[in-house]
Design a protein around this ligand. Structure first.
Ligand SMILES: Cc1cc2nc3c(=O)[nH]c(=O)nc-3n(C[C@H](O)[C@H](O)[C@H](O)COP(=O)(O)OP(=O)(O)OC[C@H]3O[C@@H](n4cnc5c(N)ncnc54)[C@H](O)[C@@H]3O)c2cc1C
Length: 522
């Protein structure tokens, strides 16, 4: 069947306005933050599970590859088509919050619902999901995050996004709709994850290789209203990492992060006066009293000025507890750990701003002057973090000529997941041309103020090579990853028994290998 005929078939299912065949859309939706490669045959935008099921069945029967895309905020080619003439399924119209069940404590959303939208829907209920969003939650969808797992808000206490999921509805390659968790029963509802083997877990983190999720149910819990912010600065990364690990092991911070001087330098350079003013507004609103607001505002303004001067290794933590006494106690424990490792207390403006404005436009996906940005990451046991930083620095050292020649800025972002996992994210900023997705995502007034750069293929290839070497090094160290997509080493890094099982499952749910081919090495 030709691309034209399949587009007509899909238009009959979702309506002609929701099958995009213009070149600009087919280019835009098929590229991610880092990779621009094949163009989609068309972009289809279903609104319901029924439409999704019918379109998948029709496209697969006609032999087309079908690739799901949520907010498009990943950077490991997860939704970048491997084959020519692939059909991109954009889930942005499937964005409803279907049910907030306060009696049974779960919320069900359509996959295209953003974390911001879910956050706003729950705001006045006094409830939240345990994990409640990545920093990209302004655009990132619940479906995309659960399909590759994400970390940040809530992850310090409650684990990654996939750990908060109870049940899924997944459209398989033949168009059938599989329900998981307690909802897999003939008479079930989606209130609990485990009944026999964990079918929910099978589809979380599959990066869309096993099926296309249509709805997701997450657990609810009471919102913790007593919030504290703690910031300490260290003069070397070893002490910073040891403090982050110990805070994680003791299960203290709701979420926290650390940066290095490279990332600090970028932050200081950002021409973000307007954003800071907006962010400050959010913090002030979050203060209970006018006096508290004025004091906090003055502290933040001073800390902002100091930030520019310091080359430092800060740790920023948010504490969220049920009552003020508990929040104070936990904040004191974090402070004691930081002091034990030589940290010096600094203003807590950064975590205050992050917590008060969780989901902002993603202007940070480019550098302060419009540089390109890309990270890579590893999920590590605490015992391997310092070694991993050294391995990363050795790779940076190997490329030092290129780094210097092209003014490539390297940096690190650290965070933790529950008590047992350290998230390390090396990242790069380099002068290079932005692609269509950057221009679509970053706010126009921010782009307009930036210098911008022409295409710089040599620098881009140097970053690509460093990234690949790091991915290989992480695999050798036994690291785990979020957003496996088509870039992290999954297939070749697994023991054969594990990969054979995944392959056999793929053969059952997608026998002709039409759903997101290439993801997970399948
Ligand atoms: C500025 C910025 C900040 C970020 N901050 C964080 C952060 O704090 N924490 C973090 O973990 N990540 C972060 N990320 C990475 C990324 O945004 C997140 O992983 C996010 O969860 C991706 O969601 P998405 O909806 O954009 O997914 P997409 O990028 O659209 O898709 C991700 C993967 O899921 C698949 N997929 C999408 N929808 C479905 C579906 N319905 N069924 C099956 N498969 C599907 C896609 O094929 C793809 O493989 C950040 C990215 C940016 C640009």
């Amino acid at each position: 069947m030709s691309s034209e005929s399949i587009s007509a078939t899909l238009a009959a299912i979702v309506g002609p306005d929701y099958v995009l065949t213009d070149e600009a859309s087919c280019i835009l939706y098929a590229q991610d933050v880092f990779t621009r490669d094949k163009t989609a045959a068309c972009v289809v935008q279903p609104e319901t599970t029924e439409q999704l099921s019918r379109l998948v069945a029709a496209a697969v029967a006609a032999g087309f590859a079908v690739v799901p895309r949520g907010g498009g905020m990943s950077y490991t080619s997860g939704y970048v088509p491997e084959e020519d003439d692939s059909i991109l399924v954009d889930t942005s119209r499937m964005d409803a919050v279907i049910a907030i069940n306060q009696e049974d404590m779960y919320v069900t959303v359509q996959v295209g619902c953003s974390w911001k939208k879910l956050y706003e829907a729950l705001k006045d209920t006094g409830l939240r999901t345990p994990f409640w969003g990545p920093l990209s939650g302004f655009h990132a969808t619940v479906g995309g995050s659960i399909s590759q797992s994400s970390v940040f808000f809530g992850a310090g206490l409650f684990g990654a996004s996939a750990d908060s999921v109870v049940s899924l509805d997944v459209v398989l390659a033949d168009g059938s709709v599989l329900s998981t968790g307690s909802a897999a029963q003939k008479n079930g509802s989606p209130f609990f994850r485990h009944f026999g083997p964990d079918l929910t877990g099978l589809f979380t983190c599959d990066t869309g290789a096993l099926g296309i999720k249509s709805t997701i149910t997450l657990r609810l819990m009471p919102e913790f209203k007593s919030i504290r912010h703690v910031s300490y600065d260290f003069d070397n990364y070893e002490s910073q990492i040891k403090a982050l690990s110990e805070i994680s092991r003791q299960h203290l911070a709701a979420q926290m992060f650390g940066t290095d001087p490279g990332l600090g330098q970028i932050r200081a350079q950002r021409d973000s006066l307007m954003n800071d003013v907006k962010a400050l507004g959010g913090v002030l609103k979050a203060q209970d009293s006018l006096l508290g607001a004025v004091k906090q505002g003055a502290k933040i303004a001073m800390a902002g000025r100091r930030l520019v001067k310091n080359a430092s290794y800060p740790v920023h933590a948010n504490v969220e507890e049920r009552c003020d006494a508990a929040a104070d106690e936990v904040a004191d424990q974090i402070a004691a750990i930081c002091q034990q490792f030589g940290g010096k207390k600094i203003e807590n403006s950064v975590p205050s701003i992050v917590r008060a404005n969780p989901f902002n436009p993603l202007n940070n996906m480019v550098g302060p002057q419009g540089e390109r940005w890309v990270p890579v990451h590893a999920l590590l046991p605490h015992s391997k973090v310092i070694e991993s930083v050294k391995v990363t620095e050795a790779i940076y050292e190997k490329y030092s000529d290129m780094i210097e020649k092209h003014h490539i800025v390297t940096g690190f972002l650290f965070t933790t997941v529950s008590t047992n996992c350290f998230f390390m994210e090396p990242l790069w900023f380099w002068p290079d041309e932005l692609n269509e997705l950057h221009r679509e995502t970053v706010e126009g007034n921010v782009l307009a103020k930036q210098k911008g750069f022409g295409a710089n293929l040599e620098a881009r290839h140097a970053v690509e090579s460093m990234r690949k070497e790091l991915v290989a090094a992480f695999s050798e160290m036994g690291a785990s990853h979020l957003q496996v997509g088509k870039e992290y080493i999954y297939r070749d890094g697994l023991k054969p028994e594990a990969f054979e099982l995944i392959k056999a499952i793929k053969a059952v749910v997608d026998p002709t290998r039409r759903i997101n081919p290439g993801c997970l090495g399948l």
